[in-house]
Design a protein around this ligand. Structure first.
Ligand SMILES: [Zn+2]
Length: 106
């Protein structure tokens, strides 16, 4: 079941790939849309094209929160996926239950 939803429109390909890598490292599947266009034009530099990031519907909220944090350069807080507690950006693990922002290691 693939239900892709637009979560962010990156200003350029580099930003799109940075976010894609970061989201994927958190276990989310990411698709980029818009790159094919710039590729088809051949000579245009990659970064002129706006690239849309899509994630699975059930990852959307987490992806959105991550991107908002990214845009604030470090962000102010993150929500624990394990217990839902809001944590300050300076905490690397949840103060409530001790799990990281990505949840428990698998
Ligand atoms: Zn927690």
């Amino acid at each position: 079941m693939s239900n892709w939803i637009v979560v962010f429109e990156a200003a350029n390909s580099l930003e799109a790939h940075t976010l894609k890598g970061a989201l994927e490292s958190r276990g989310m599947a990411v698709q980029l849309k818009g790159e094919a266009l710039s590729g088809a034009l051949g000579e245009l530099p990659m970064d002129v094209a706006r690239v849309t990031l899509l994630v699975q519907a059930n990852d959307w909220q987490q992806a959105r929160e991550f991107i908002q944090g990214y845009q604030q350069q470090g962000g102010r807080s993150w929500r624990c996926r394990q217990c839902g507690e809001e944590n300050d950006a300076s905490f690397e693990v949840c103060w409530q239950c001790g799990s990281g922002p990505e949840g428990p290691e698998r």
